[in-house]
Design a protein around this ligand. Structure first.
Ligand SMILES: Nc1ncnc2c1ncn2[C@@H]1O[C@H](COP(=O)(O)OP(=O)(O)OP(=O)(O)O)[C@@H](O)[C@H]1O
Ligand SMILES: [Mg+2]
Length: 244
């Protein structure tokens, strides 16, 4: 039986889908069988980011409505054991939380990791992505609005009984702390969210290649950071690089 993890944030556009895909790739490189579930009904992106967009026939809504078997809506993403279950093309296809609560445990039987890429906000789509999750990765960037979004998401996750919640700070620019100076130090960001840190992903323009469905170079700082986060998820003790 695998593990399910929701990648969520509260605020939109902070890098949930980027982290979901990069982490999924890193785990697949470690030999794990990984299923990405795009939960962003009507605004899906992982199909494009994984280069599976053209060949899609079925999606999550088709699985839930019984129009196809789950395996028919799951698409391999290139090399390795990385797969995608795409989000419903229309927002009307939103899958209710109660349905996800039954579906995700079933998917966990076939994968080591089921990564649930949440939509922005803390509404029904967020609950749908979160309620079948064993653990949560709360993504934020080091700005006050994003930090507040992460704190809100964290409170909602607690209500949904997702006990294991960890923070990923994305778009982190090392250097005299963040120059913009909204927080005195990294601890200020972590304290603002109320979530224990799992890892940092630096600002890395190469990660934007995901949105074009293109691979990101293995030696790019963002990919390396996501590999470290994958290792920590698997219980390895990997230090967070020093922040100044
Ligand atoms: N570490 C990073 N360095 C540079 N650019 C990044 C980084 N992470 C994400 N981005 C860029 O930020 C934008 C938003 O990323 P992404 O789509 O992953 O966010 P999201 O949280 O999934 O958004 P949404 O809430 O709309 O689902 C994209 O253009 C992406 O390439
Ligand atoms: Mg997204």
């Amino acid at each position: 039986m695998g593990v399910s993890a929701v990648v969520t944030s509260g605020k939109g556009g902070v890098g949930k889908s980027t982290v979901s895909l990069g982490l999924g790739q890193a785990l697949a490189q470690r030999g794990r069988r990984v299923l990405l579930v795009d939960c962003d009904a009507g605004l899906r992106s992982l199909d494009r980011m994984t280069g599976t967009e053209e060949g899609l026939v079925f999606d999550l809504a088709d699985v839930v409505s019984g129009r196809c078997a789950p395996a028919e809506a799951i698409y391999p993403c290139g090399e390795g054991q990385l797969f995608l279950l795409p989000a419903p093309a229309s927002g009307e296809g939103l899958v209710f939380p109660a349905v996800m609560r039954r579906l995700v445990p079933m998917l966990k039987q076939y994968y080591d990791y089921v990564l649930l890429d949440s939509p922005a906000g803390v509404g029904e789509g967020f609950r749908s992505a979160a309620c079948g999750a064993d653990r949560a990765l709360v993504v934020c960037s080091p700005d006050p609005v994003s930090v507040r979004g992460a704190a809100t998401a964290n409170a909602q996750l607690r209500k949904l009984d997702v006990e294991d919640r960890r923070l990923v700070i994305n778009r982190f620019a090392n250097g005299p702390f963040q120059k913009a100076g909204a927080y005195p130090d990294l601890d200020g960001v972590i304290d603002g969210t109320g979530v224990r840190l799992l890892g940092l992903v630096p600002e890395d323009g190469a990660l934007a290649r995901f949105l074009q469905g293109k691979p990101v170079p293995e030696d790019s700082p963002g990919v390396k950071a996501l590999r470290r986060i994958a290792g920590r998820l698997e219980g390895e003790s990997i230090p967070v690089p020093e922040v100044v």
